[in-house]
Design a protein around this ligand. Sequence first.
Ligand SMILES: [Cu+2]
Length: 175
Amino acid sequence: MSISAIKPGWWQQPLHKDEKIWIWVAFTWCILITLIMPWWHIYGDQNPSQEYYKITTEAFDQLTDKFIEKYKVGEDEGLPVVEPPPNSDIFLRGEQWQWTPVLKLKAGSTYRLHLSSIDTLHGLSIYPIVMNFEAVPGYDYVLTMTPGKPGVYNIICNEFCGLGHHAMSGKIIVE
Ligand SMILES: [Cu+2]
C-alpha cells in the first residue's frame, strides 16, 4: 500500500474561512485576558497588601488576647466584641472553630488587620462583599484595609478545617 492510497482525513483539509476567523477571535481574546491580569494587579484597587511575617502560633494567640483585653466593649453570642481606635493595628484569630474577636470598625478609617490561625489552615471569607483571604498558622498576614460602607459583614471559613467547619463564623461591624 502506497502513501497516496490513504484518503486525506479532516485534519488534512485546508481550514475553512469561518474556522480561521474563530481561531483569530479566540487567540486575540486569550492574549487580551492574559494582559488584563498584570494590568489589574497594578491598577486594580482591591489587591491585598503583600505583607506577612513569620510568627509562632503561641505568639499570635497572645497578641490577639492582649488586643481583646485592651479594647473589649462587650460580647456577642459568646464572642468578645472589640472596638479598636481608628488607624490602628487589629487582630483576627482563626481557630477550630471560630473567628475571634468580633471587630467593630469605623467606616473610612484605615486599619492594619493581622490575620492568622493558631491551629490549622482556615479561609477568611467576608460576606456579602465576597473577599477571600487565607489564615495560615505560623504567618502573620497583614491586610491594610479601609472599610467603606457601614453594615454587618459576616465571616465564614471557606477552607475545610474539621468537624465544626460549617459552624465557623465571625463578624465585622462597620459603623
Ligand atoms: Cu473551616
